[in-house]
Design a protein around this ligand. Structure first.
Ligand SMILES: NC(=O)c1ccc[n+]([C@@H]2O[C@H](COP(=O)([O-])OP(=O)(O)OC[C@H]3O[C@@H](n4cnc5c(N)ncnc54)[C@H](OP(=O)(O)O)[C@@H]3O)[C@@H](O)[C@H]2O)c1
Length: 341
């Protein structure tokens, strides 16, 4: 194997509250020798995703946390440089989970799929045509189930999950209300994505605007954020409303419980009396739907029926600042780091 200088970013410390640049460290390292069944990857695109903030905390979650000193994890579009696995050849472009580094040695079995350079842009395998798009597709298919004439609300509506949720719900004939931060994102959600209404959650009168935008109440609330948006949605939920709980980004940086009063009894009463379905999910719960998603989304993208937006940051060294910014809403579209051409 050639002598490669692998540049990587590791978790230097567990963030307390919002992450800071000091929680990350850039290192140079050599790669381990390639063993049978392994491949050497050069990472081209890196995905920055909100779930990573949870991985940085110690303690139980749905997967093990990162340890201090670990390479920060993340989905990548990578090129196979060398292969000791029969399924992969040098030059293949693959969807991998090779993390915040320029190269990686991984097991060939762990590679997720080969990418077609003639299909949708390969970077979309990290966004609308990958995990976030699948999250939207599966969460709606299995839990949200929007029907024609119903009202669906989704926040983080300009991001890869929210934008896809709204567009798929529109295809099902639902009336879609998107919530986003700031006038540019609101205009994009309304004018480019074609949602029926778009609101800025930072507006002082956001709750009143939501009431006006949902005259028939809310049948599906695709929960991406929690916090103030959830508070405004709650009183508007109709009988038998469905709430796929996908993410709670408004509280990912919280280091203490919110101040009282305790609203759990009120929430439980509402779940009971309005017959609500509230179901948390992690996209891979529905992995059996993945081939169908690739087929359908592939067709929608080819036919221009679903649109998407990417926010590209150049250079691995800029990943920490971009990730920190995403948790504050500074990304506009699927946040990607371009590591190499
Ligand atoms: N369950 C799963 O399997 C799964 C899989 C993928 C993603 N997710 C979740 O889905 C959600 C969206 O993910 P994504 O990749 O599409 O992210 P994204 O929209 O690209 O980025 C996150 C966005 O969240 C919004 N946000 C941040 N703080 C907020 C706050 N306090 N209140 C309201 N909005 C806030 C910001 O948009 P604005 O500026 O518009 O507010 C920010 O741009 C996240 O919660 C993520 O954890 C879950």
């Amino acid at each position: 194997m050639p002598d490669i200088d692998n540049i990587r970013i590791v978790l230097a410390a567990r963030p307390k509250g919002a992450p800071t640049p000091a929680d990350f460290r850039l290192e140079h390292a050599t790669l381990p020798p390639l063993r049978n069944g392994q491949v050497l990857l050069r990472n081209r695109w890196l995905s920055l995703d909100p779930y990573l903030r949870g991985r940085m905390n110690a303690g139980r979650s749905y997967v093990a946390p990162l340890e201090v000193g670990d390479v920060v994890e993340g989905g990548t579009v990578s090129e196979v440089v060398q292969s000791l696995h029969p399924a992969w050849s040098p030059g293949d472009l693959v969807l991998a989970h090779a993390g915040w580094q320029t190269y990686a040695v991984v097991d060939g079995e762990a590679l997720r799929r080969k990418l077609d350079p003639d299909g949708p842009p390969v970077s979309t395998a990290l966004g609308v045509y990958g995990m976030p798009g699948f999250t939207a597709y599966a969460g709606l298919r299995e839990i949200g189930k929007p029907e024609a004439g119903e009202t669906l609300v989704v926040a983080a509506a300009s991001g890869p999950v929210g934008a896809t949720v709204g567009q798929i719900a529109k295809r099902a004939g639902a009336r879609v209300v998107g919530v986003a931060g700031g006038p540019d994102k609101v205009a994009y959600v309304r004018d480019v994505l074609g949602f029926d209404a778009a609101l800025d959650h930072r507006a002082d009168d956001f709750a009143a605007q939501l009431v006006a935008a949902c005259p028939d109440g809310i049948d599906v609330y695709f929960e991406n954020v929690g916090g103030k948006v959830f508070d405004a949605v709650l009183p508007l939920l109709n009988d038998f409303a469905r709430i796929p709980v996908c993410g709670l980004i408004a509280q990912y940086n919280a280091s203490a419980p919110p101040p009282g009063p305790d609203r759990v009894p009120q929430l439980m009463a509402l779940i009971l009396t309005r017959h609500l379905t509230v179901r948390g999910f992690i996209q891979r719960d529905f992995i059996a739907l993945y081939p169908e998603f690739l087929r359908e989304m592939g067709r929608w993208l080819r036919d221009g029926e679903i649109c998407f937006r990417e926010d590209v940051v150049d250079g691995l060294e800029n990943a920490p600042a971009a990730f920190i910014g995403m948790l504050e809403g500074r990304n506009f579209g699927k946040l990607l780091v371009k590591i190499a051409d």
